[in-house]
Ligand binder design. Structure first.
Ligand code: CP
Ligand code: NVA
Length: 337
């Protein structure tokens, strides 16, 4: 539901934000400009959403601030250095205060227990904007991106002559493509973004193949949740990344050093040697495989060869990373709606 609503919001709102809004949006039948038509629903009108971020963010912050504004609300960014929480005041006390003055909390925390604590004491809805264990809003952007590229994963249906002759009027809101069952390979560190993939993709009928060094596999509480949701049968585990990417439609990775793990850098770089996503590593993948990454990324985990465009993974034609990043906005907007 969220993905299809995000697609609707994107196709309806995005043309308006460009330099030349299409005429069918800009004028009424009498030719007068109509501001109403360009706006998405003003469902957050006069509401304030607290963005309680104790960690850095580019995409999640931009996605939430810009989408809350488009929905007519106010985003109140509360960074770690801005408020008393964790220094002069407990999480519980700060949560009571925010609940009294704001209508929702979008929280990026360190340890996952902190978002549980916020959710426990809040009187307003709380959405996880990333924790040590999960990154649920990222998977929404991943899904919207896959839906948008679904036609690339299957041959186009044969066109009937009747269809070819039919003069189609340009739809204002395009239809969301159906997603065929995909093989999705993840190569690298098993962290928050992968954890959400593990509890999501198998439930939607996709196969997951994960390659990671044994010591960097997900913690027990994540695997318990994977089993509880019946996702374990849809997941295969590997140590060899070349085996994991075999026949994959999509290859995904994330940074090898997540926020807060900087002290482990040398150890991690050594453990992940051979896990960099490159054309060569993925030679056994589906010929049309696509690359996804939540960002931010480092060149360690994905190749960005500068001089041979077709062989670059990150900046090359296989990469959906920047579309996925933009889709953080439309999916976050749908979620707030
Ligand atoms: N993908 C993502 O969450 O990016 P930020 O950390 O920049 O928000
Ligand atoms: N695994 C990364 C994701 C960033 C969006 C981190 O936690 O830093």
């Amino acid at each position: 539901h969220v993905i299809s609503h995000a697609h609707y919001l994107k196709t309806r709102t995005k043309p308006w934000l460009g330099p030349q809004p299409p005429s069918e949006f800009t004028s009424n039948s009498d030719g007068k400009n109509s501001i109403k038509k360009r706006l998405p629903p003003q469902s957050l009108f006069s509401k304030t959403i607290a963005l309680l971020f104790s960690k850095r963010s580019t995409r999640t912050r931009l996605a939430s601030e810009t989408s809350i504004e488009l929905l007519g609300g106010r985003a109140l960014f509360l960074g770690r250095e801005d408020i008393q929480m964790g220094v002069n005041e407990t999480v519980r006390d700060t949560t009571h205060i925010i609940s009294g003055m704001c209508q929702g909390i979008f929280a990026r925390v360190g340890d996952h227990s902190e978002i549980e604590e916020i959710a426990k004491w809040a009187d307003v809805p709380v959405i996880n904007a990333l924790s040590s264990l999960w990154h649920p809003t990222q998977i929404l952007a991943g899904l919207l991106t896959l839906h948008e590229y679904a036609p690339a994963f299957k041959p186009p249906p044969p066109k009937s002559t009747a269809q070819e002759n039919k003069k189609e009027s340009k739809p204002t809101v395009s239809k969301l493509s159906e997603l065929p069952p995909l093989t999705i390979a993840y190569v690298g560190d098993c962290a928050n973004v992968l954890h959400d993939m593990l509890v999501t993709y198998p439930r939607l009928g996709h196969k997951m193949r994960v390659a990671a060094p044994l010591q960097y596999r997900p913690p027990k509480e994540v695997m318990d949740r994977v089993k509880e949701l019946g996702c374990d049968e849809g997941i295969e585990w590997f140590e060899d990344p070349e085996l994991a990417v075999r026949d994959a439609n999509v290859v995904v990775t994330d940074t090898w050093i997540s926020m807060g793990q900087e002290a482990e850098k040398a150890e991690r770089l050594k453990a992940f040697e051979g896990y960099q996503v490159t054309e060569k590593l993925c030679k056994g993948a589906h010929p049309d495989w696509k690359f996804m990454h939540c960002l931010p990324r480092k060149p360690d985990e994905v190749d960005e060869e500068l001089y041979v465009y077709l062989l670059q993974v990150f900046y090359g034609p296989r990469s959906l990373a920047f579309q996925e990043a933009e889709n953080r906005k439309w999916t976050t907007m749908a979620l707030f709606e």
